[in-house]
Design a protein around this ligand. Structure first.
Ligand code: CMP
Length: 138
């Protein structure tokens, strides 16, 4: 069944000029862009987005990094979107990411790993609504 996932191109990849190449890979893999923008989070807002990780040792650094530059959040639609998108981006740690995945190609480190992908349908909806109102989702 067709469903949606949420992604954002992270500051390292936007800064390095990989936005266009990454969007091209996403569209060529069959995802339809439902919503997209370029924006920047404050560290407080990054803290809200990553609230589930607030007890992790990397939380403060993650919030600082995710608010260090522009990001490109998107809502994407495809059959089996959440699982297929996680295959396209590869493992969280680029050292473990498969050849041809977005993270293998563009991630710099386990933290600056180029791109986010939701881990469930429920989180995809929560995360998409964090950035986009209903009237911005087509
Ligand atoms: P993502 O899976 O999109 O969302 C959580 C983020 O936390 C993850 O990408 C990385 O950017 C970061 N992260 C996860 N694990 C670590 C880690 N061990 N050290 C530093 N950052 C991490």
């Amino acid at each position: 069944i067709t469903n949606r996932t949420f992604t954002m191109i992270k500051p390292d990849a936007v800064e390095a000029g990989h936005t266009g190449a990454i969007i091209k890979m996403i569209e060529e893999a069959g995802f339809r862009i439902v919503a997209m923008k370029k924006t920047k989070m404050s560290s407080e807002r990054a803290g809200q987005f990553y609230e589930v990780h607030s007890e992790r040792p990397f939380y403060a650094s993650l919030c600082e990094y995710m608010s260090s530059g522009a990001i490109v959040p998107m809502i994407l639609e495809k059959e089996n979107a959440v699982a297929d998108f996680r295959k396209l981006i590869g493992a969280t740690n680029p050292a473990n990411a498969e050849e041809g995945t977005i993270r293998k190609l563009y991630a710099k480190s386990i933290e600056a790993n180029a791109i986010h992908g939701s881990d469930s349908d429920e989180n995809a909806q929560i995360e998409g609504n964090f950035f986009f109102s209903r009237t911005e989702q087509f």
